[in-house]
Ligand binder design. Structure first.
Ligand code: N01
Length: 539
């Protein structure tokens, strides 16, 4: 960076990203605290995840009326979601509406991907530079880059020779992709592949799904929200929100506490069946309290899903390939689907099991596995993201004394409460690694983080403090606590993106905090009340 190092910072806060987190951070810091705040956003529109993930079938997996902001009673009362799980265009419209309604756009710079953020000890301030060459300085830097936004396109030999078109679901072209009459190859059967499969199959001439790991998925059972639903929701909206904030996973429903094996098989299956019929995340959170902790308990849920797969999929051999047996249900992020398994009964859909016949290369005209070449005109990579750390580390972030974040996190991300990293003063990471983040209904996690950060900055202002930094000892203790909490669960039983296993060479560390959102919030609040214990604050 070449900017003079003695000038006062131009801004109070720079926020990176204009998705759910960045929009609320701007509102809270600018309108709530009166801080000079600017947002840099890589996309040409606001929306973050919902700007980029336009693939067919993209929809939220949390119910719309709680997958939304709670900070404005007026917004909450005036916005009507069309259905339980609306599709991406509707969620993007909502975020556009929020940007307009709160006059946020004037402080958002679009098409401005941040290349670097360096802390300048001399001023002190953060110096931020975008790929287009914009440069600004700010007292605080807040990242709102999303946990799942750095697309992972696997290095498969031959992709550069492919004569057809390829797309990644997380970088979907705004003009859409025409599948009509096409032979499509879809790689990946995570939440995204599972949402996209039925929709692509309905249009394409032929869809070949390349599956490395079979997945458990629960039906969404999406339906329209009626006027009567809305009357009911709006009458008690504040109460619903409070229940979601007080819930372990940011949902308003009562979580199960009982142990699966304390019930007979018949009793258990009737619980699972009722939740299967209801659909959505309740199957995981409201069935039994120990299915993410006890392998035998988990097996009862896993086997229930496998039986459903065998009942839905007509060809027993395809059903066998679709049945997950190598990891417990819920140890990978559980998908929610609309007719996923039913799609394999279609004539124009083929399932290729990459465990039985590994992927070898992409040729000019298709995808070759060990056993066969599958001709395709178009490849869809539903291969996920360099989760939780990817978007942060793809920028050149340097803290005090020029220390690179990439070096500080070489052995895996290290944070205090997921909010700060030692050596990186005045840098806050919304839903950073080490916080509940992706294990929680995201808007709940986001609002809690933004509120905490805003309160912290306000406190600093009132107390004449200018610098806050996580203390290394507090950070080490938190990292140990995050790891210990994960070790009590079944999360280590799967090769998941929670652990970084999907990215070759990425350190295998469980990144989100499993302790639950409400307990985590209480901990953050207690830290603040104890004069920000574990943080070093300086005038
Ligand atoms: O990505 P994933 P995703 N060769 O990493 C496979 C959120 N989300 O985009 O399991 C062949 O889960 C990989 O195989 P394996 C949600 O949190 C939310 O689906 O590693 N296959 C896997 O099948 C979700 O968890 C919503 O063996 C390869 C798939 O690609 C997260 O985003 C909707 C491969 C990747 O699955 C990520 O989901 C959608 C290779 N080289 C997503 N590399 C909503 O709630 C990877 N795979 C709205």
């Amino acid at each position: 960076m070449t900017q003079a190092s003695t000038s006062d910072p131009q801004l109070d806060v720079v926020v990176i990203g204009a998705g759910f987190a960045g929009l609320y951070a701007l509102y809270k810091l600018r309108d709530g605290l009166g801080l000079r705040t600017r947002v840099f956003e890589a996309g040409d529109g606001v929306g973050g995840t919902w700007y980029w993930n336009r693939y067919p079938g993209a929809r939220c997996d949390s119910e719309s009326y709680i997958y939304s902001y709670s900070f404005s009673r007026e917004l909450e009362q005036e916005w009507l979601w069309s259905s339980k799980y609306p599709e991406q265009p509707e969620i993007l419209r909502y975020l556009d509406h929020v940007a307009d309604r709160f006059d946020l756009r004037r402080d958002i710079v679009l098409g401005a991907r941040v290349r670097s953020a360096h802390y300048d000890d001399a001023v002190p301030c953060w110096r931020i530079e975008t790929e287009r060459g914009e440069r600004v300085s700010a007292r605080f830097l807040v990242t709102a880059v999303g946990c799942l936004s750095a697309a992972n396109v696997p290095q498969i030999p031959g992709l550069d020779r492919f004569e057809g078109r390829w797309v990644h679901t997380g970088q979907w072209p705004a003009e859409g992709v025409d599948f009509a009459e096409k032979r499509v190859g879809l790689i990946g059967t995570g939440s995204t592949g599972i949402q996209a499969t039925p929709r692509i199959a309905a249009v394409a001439r032929q869809l070949t799904v390349f599956q490395r790991t079979p997945n458990y998925t629960i039906p969404a059972r999406n339906r329209a929200l009626t006027a009567a639903d809305w009357d009911e929701i709006k009458a008690i909206y504040p109460e619903i929100r409070q229940r979601a904030r007080d819930g372990r996973a940011g949902f308003p429903f009562t979580l199960a506490g009982e142990r699966a094996l304390d019930f007979s098989e018949e009793e258990r299956n009737s619980v699972y069946e009722a939740l299967w019929q209801e659909g959505g995340f309740k199957f995981l959170y409201a069935s039994f309290g120990d299915i993410l902790r006890d392998k035998a308990a988990n097996e009862t849920a896993s086997e229930f899903v496998r039986q459903k797969i065998r009942a839905i999929v007509k060809d027993p051999e395809i059903a066998r390939r679709l049945c997950p047996t190598d990891h417990p249900y819920g140890s990978k992020r559980p998908p929610i689907d609309s007719d996923y398994f039913q799609t394999y009964n279609r004539e124009n859909v083929t399932l290729v099991d990459l465990r039985e016949s590994p992927l070898v290369e992409i040729t000019a005209t298709g995808i070759r596995t060990q056993d066969a070449e599958h001709p395709v005109d178009l490849i869809v990579f539903a291969t996920g993201f360099d989760a939780m750390t990817g978007s942060l580390l793809r920028m050149d972030v340097r803290g005090s004394d020029g220390r690179r974040l990439a070096d500080a996190w070489e052995a895996g991300p290290k944070t205090y409460l997921g909010l700060q990293t030692a050596g990186f003063p005045n840098l806050f990471t919304i839903t950073g690694p080490g916080s509940p983040s992706v294990l929680v209904n995201m808007p709940v996690a986001i609002e809690q983080h933004v509120d905490w950060i805003a309160d912290c900055i306000a406190h600093m202002g009132r107390s004449g403090l200018t610098r806050i930094e996580a203390r290394p000892d507090a950070q080490d203790a938190w990292v140990e606590h995050v790891n210990a909490a994960a070790r009590e669960t079944l999360f280590y039983e799967a090769k998941s993106w929670y652990l970084g296993c999907n990215i070759p060479g990425k350190p295998e560390v469980f990144m989100p905090y499993v302790g639950g959102q409400a307990a985590y919030r209480d901990r953050c609040d207690a830290v603040a009340r104890a004069d920000y214990a574990g943080f070093a604050l300086r005038p």
